[in-house]
Ligand binder design. Structure first.
Ligand code: GDP
Ligand code: MG
Length: 450
């Protein structure tokens, strides 16, 4: 992600011409890079518009006054201005509008309650978190209130022992509230400054999980509740982050599994959109794979030029790039057919050497679902795929549509409801694209059309 944006910027800043076309090129490459990194399309469009508004007029004025030939100080300042606008807007994208991060207080117990679904990376992040603060000279301790998963206590104990951090837990006590309470009480008495409480994320039903979290929370009254979320689902994590935020008063977020993951941009911007401050990023299984998050330094690192080689390497895959261009062009007209959706699924399922190495972002269930949808589309006619059938136009049930759905279900060995689910998903995406097309989000492309 950073490579592509940085490359676009470096192209602009090394060019002797900064005109509307150069800006448009830059914005296109930024837009594409962000969408590929799974950032929400609406956010990306807003970012594009903001940058355009900030620098568009200045560029026009510069063109009028200096034409194309100028290589003076004003050109340099114009380039700097564009660069800054890009940095600022990316930073805004990753910054919640109104959030206050918790600040640790010295010589006092700071009780940190870790919550999140099973497998999100809580226990791992707790070890990293403890390590981070211990190195800075804080007195840290851990409590294991995950009484559900066998081995949960051992996992925490092992980490704590490696880091030489005191821990509290039990092999026999089944009540997580009781353990949390006792552990915190003991460590407060012993004057620990940061007391971290690990919990389970076991419950299939969110209601039961939230109830357990709320009970623990009521018992220990944490100074901060830290929600741990796995980045691999990209922008889809928005809903989960909102759910936890509302149920347990989340104060900070730790986003894990960002190691080389293509959907990191989506995850980070989705969390920012829930108005919860991101505190740390996890990027591996080792204790050191952990860094404090600051939107600004993240973005400047992201744009750190120097990864141009890697970017050029990626661009060898010209076919996908060309497909994406085609898609962008269509999207600028507000078009998004089932065939486009098919291509999108194909992209999502594509196995690259990198994705093989780090494991793909999609879960097996996700992949199965996408493949099923593609099988359904394989049973559609060209007319149906290319948007020539009005699936949702009429009120009530249209007989001919119903029979089409039946035919497709039969042909693909699926249930008509599954076909409808696919049509529903397509409708949602189409509506979004159409809205964006109308709002002129692809201004440059749209202009060429008129
Ligand atoms: P919990 O159920 O929320 O406590 O999750 P765990 O801490 O046990 O982590 C679940 C799995 O994710 C483990 O295999 C961890 O090693 C792994 N994991 C946690 N954080 C990261 C991360 O940042 N990157 C990667 N690649 N794996 C991680
Ligand atoms: Mg755990």
């Amino acid at each position: 992600l950073g490579g592509k944006i940085a490359y676009g910027l470096s192209k602009l800043t090394s060019s002797s011409i900064v005109d509307a076309q150069a800006l448009e090129d830059l914005l296109s490459s930024i837009t594409r890079a962000l969408i590929e990194a799974d950032v929400n399309v609406n956010l990306v469009m807003q970012l594009k518009i903001n940058i355009q508004e900030r620098v568009g007029v200045a560029i026009e004025k510069h063109q009028e006054e200096h034409g194309n030939g100028s290589n003076d100080a004003t050109l340099l300042s114009l380039q700097k201005m564009v660069q800054k606008a890009v940095m600022d807007e990316l930073t805004v994208l990753l910054t919640p509008k109104k959030s206050k991060a918790y600040k640790m207080k010295r010589n006092k117990p700071n009780v940190m309650l870790f919550v999140g679904l099973q497998g999100a990376g809580k226990t791992t992040s707790i070890a990293k978190f403890a390590n981070y603060y211990q190195r800075k000279g804080w007195k840290v301790a851990m409590v294991c209130a995950d009484t559900f998963r066998a081995g949960a206590f051992d996992q925490l104990k092992q980490n704590a022992t490696k880091l030489r951090i005191p821990f509290y837990g039990s092999y026999t006590e089944a009540d997580p509230v009781l353990i949390a309470e006792e552990g915190v009480e003991q460590f407060v008495k012993d004057k620990y400054e940061i007391i971290i409480v690990d919990t389970s994320g076991r419950h299939k039903q969110e209601g039961a999980l939230f109830e357990e979290m709320q009970e623990i929370s009521a018992a220990i009254r944490p100074d901060n509740t830290i929600f741990v979320i796995d980045a691999t689902q990209g922008q889809a994590i928005y809903d989960q982050a909102m759910g936890f935020r509302e149920a347990v008063n989340v104060g900070s977020v730790i986003v894990t599994k960002l190691d080389g993951h293509a959907k990191g941009g989506g995850a980070l911007s989705a969390v920012a959109a829930t108005q919860s401050p991101i505190m740390f990023l996890g990027s591996g299984e080792k204790f050191d794979d952990f860094e404090l998050f600051s939107a600004q330094s993240f973005v400047s690192k992201l744009l750190g030029i120097g990864d141009v080689k890697g970017w050029e390497e990626e661009m060898k895959d010209v076919k996908t790039a060309a497909d994406k261009d085609e898609l962008m062009k269509k999207m600028s007209k507000g078009e998004f057919t089932l065939r486009d959706l098919y291509k999108q699924f194909e992209d999502q399922l594509m196995v690259t050497p990198m994705s093989k190495l780090i494991g793909q972002g999609l879960t097996e269930d996700n992949k199965k679902q996408l493949k099923k949808f593609m099988t359904i589309m394989d049973s559609m006619t060209n007319k149906e795929l290319d948007g020539k059938v009005d699936w949702h136009g009429k009120k009530g049930t249209d007989k001919s549509i119903e029979s089409r759905i039946k035919r497709i279900a039969k042909g693909s060995g699926t249930h008509p409801l599954e076909v409808k689910l696919l049509l529903q998903q397509h409708k949602q995406q189409e509506a979004m694209v159409s809205k964006m097309g109308k709002s002129g989000m692809f201004k440059g492309n749209a202009k060429q059309k008129q």
